[in-house]
Design a binder for this molecule. Sequence first.
Ligand code: PNS
Length: 160
Amino acid sequence: MSRIAVVPGSFDPVTLGHIDVIGRAANIFDEVHVLVVHNPAKAALLPIAQRVSLIEQSIAEADLPGNIKVTSWSVGLLVDYCTEVGASVIVKGIRSQIDVAYETPMAIVNRNLAGVETVFLLTSPENAHVSSSLVRQVAGLGGDVAPYVPRAVADFLQRG
Ligand code: PNS
């Protein structure tokens, strides 16, 4: 049986931490779907289609395996997407205890709703301080975000 994993998130914008987790998930699972989901709790910087495009460019730039597809979901629960495509696993990156506390309730609810398991991958230590919110703030104030994001994202934000 082919094992499909979904890597969901806001990806506003995608960071080197995300790319690390996506690439490692692609080495574990048969197929990985990177899913851009609108998080109503967060004020968005980029439109969803732009985030999808930047993830696609970043995956190409990092030369990740070919079993990754990028899409978005705005019509319901994350687990509805998982059920629709036959994905049994959600993959999330964990940087710290704060992420564990944030992710735990979602993992339990997603398992209760649809039996979808969540697998946590520890982010690589060099990315442990990287977040999209930090990137948004540094970029918004004119700072250099190149150490934290793929080149396609840095170029896009600096053009912006
Ligand atoms: O990158 P983020 O913002 O931490 O990602 C959070 C996200 C988008 C994965 C989460 O908010 C989510 O799963 N939203 C979809 C709605 C949903 O299914 N909610 C109930 C289960 S948590």
